[in-house]
Design a protein around this ligand. Structure first.
Ligand SMILES: Cc1cc2nc3c(=O)[nH]c(=O)nc-3n(C[C@H](O)[C@H](O)[C@H](O)COP(=O)(O)OP(=O)(O)OC[C@H]3O[C@@H](n4cnc5c(N)ncnc54)[C@H](O)[C@@H]3O)c2cc1C
Length: 389
């Protein structure tokens, strides 16, 4: 019986696991996840305005077993490609601390790495972002209680996870402060290391909306230093903050680099052939993989299906699941008037075309916020086997 071990029980990992559980008979499919729950990302920014609740975006792994997928809770800290072994820290199930595999799929997502920012080790706790499930709550509390000051939002150089989230943060901060009647007591400054806000397809609309919201946009500037109440950019400019929402540069977890599989992301042969250039039996999907695409849920899922197809092919199974790199996305742009009813932009990217075909609806709509929620919930139901309340 072939053993498929999948590191990471998020979108990419559960995407591979569910497809292989259906199509690859006589295989043992094991997903290793460091927590015994998963908190979805896309609507996490709406925790800030109170439009989303943790209970709706959190899933456990209890129903996954019904599809024949084995889940092990543990933190992978090392892989040994030459001996086909995965090492994990002690788990609540008291399972073995090492697992053998015939195929290894890496889908641990990304980690936030502030090590290139001076002062980060000392002042990291001053920072909050929507990216982290704990920090988003701290950010919420700060936005709802601060009386005046300056809010700095930062996006590092792309690629980073979820391109529009820094913009979403800026617009949701504007919405909350307007709702509270204190917007005129705050400056909101979005510092971006890229030449425009991400994703580029909606940058022109974001610029117009920022002008209406009075949000200052500084592009082409990396943050190189953080202090107790200020950040400094590469050009030496200093910006004071009372609230900091800085996304650190992203990279794959270190065990990938340490196994010689790539840095800062896992190398793959191509977006369609996600095997490591060095090993036929190791594949990488999702945000941890080095793909020439944005790091988002659709790409994570699509890459997982290409990886599942490759494993099926290597096992001599001709049946494939249909998949291509193309997606519809939504960016929350808050509510200029300060109502706690977020409006969103919809955009599309078809990466099967050369150059990629991008499109958008320039209108902000409430309906798009609801579409995004339906889309996210559909993924969670499909991958984790049950609906939320
Ligand atoms: C705030 C936010 C907003 C977002 N908005 C959007 C959006 O609007 N649209 C969109 O398409 N995408 C969005 N995304 C991005 C989307 O969530 C990710 O691209 C997607 O989840 C990537 O899938 P993945 O499998 O690579 O990683 P994940 O889904 O993060 O899964 C990785 C899993 O691996 C586990 N893991 C990590 N390290 C280890 C280890 N060492 N050992 C064991 N387990 C480990 C983690 O616990 C996690 O469960 C957003 C993300 C965030 C955080």
């Amino acid at each position: 019986m072939k053993k498929v071990v999948i590191v990471g029980g998020g979108i990419g990992g559960m995407g591979v696991a569910n497809t292989l559980a259906q199509k690859l008979k006589n295989a043992e499919i094991t997903v290793i996840n460091k927590d015994d729950y998963y908190i979805s990302g896309p609507s996490r920014p709406l925790i800030l305005t109170g439009e989303q609740k943790y209970s709706r975006i959190l899933r456990g792994y209890e129903e996954v077993g019904k599809s024949g997928i084995k889940v092990v809770i543990g933190n992978v800290y090392k892989i040994d490609p030459a001996n086909r072994k995965v090492y994990l820290s002690e788990t609540t199930f008291n399972t073995k601390k090492e697992l053998d595999y015939d195929y290894l799929v890496l889908s641990p997502g990304i980690v936030f790495d502030g090590s290139s920012i001076n002062g980060y080790e000392k002042y990291w706790w001053k920072n909050t972002t929507v990216y982290d499930p704990g920090m988003v709550n701290v950010l919420k509390q700060r936005l709802w209680t601060a009386e005046s000051g300056s809010i700095i939002i930062y996006a590092p150089k792309a690629p980073y996870r979820c391109a529009p989230a820094p913009t979403e943060t800026a617009m949701l901060a504007h919405t909350i402060l307007t709702y509270r009647g204190v917007r005129d007591k705050f400056k909101i400054i979005h510092i971006d290391a890229n030449d425009k806000t991400q994703p580029p397809v909606i940058a022109d609309i974001v610029k117009q909306v920022y002008e209406k919201a009075g949000i200052q946009l500084v592009t082409n500037q990396e943050i190189t230093e953080i202090g107790e109440n200020y950040v400094v950019t590469k050009s030496g400019e200093k910006y004071e903050y009372t609230i900091l929402a800085m996304l650190e540069p992203n990279r794959a977890p270190k065990f990938i680099e340490e196994a010689g599989l790539g840095s800062p992301f896992a190398e793959v042969r191509s977006p369609q052939d996600l095997r490591s250039p060095k090993y036929d039996d190791i594949l990488a999907v999702g945000d941890a993989a080095k793909l020439p695409f944005p790091k988002n849920q659709e790409i994570a899922f699509e890459s997982s299906q290409f990886a599942a197809n490759k494993i099926l092919e290597m096992e001599g199974i001709s049946e494939k699941v249909p998949v291509q790199y193309a997606f519809v996305g939504w960016a929350y742009l808050g509510n200029l008037e300060g109502k706690l009813e977020t409006l969103s932009l919809q955009f599309q990217l078809d990466l099967t075309k050369q150059p990629p075909a991008a499109a958008k609806d320039p209108q902000l709509k409430r309906e798009y916020t609801i579409q995004k929620d339906n889309w996210e919930q559909a993924y969670l139901t499909k991958l984790f086997g049950y609906k939320s309340e």
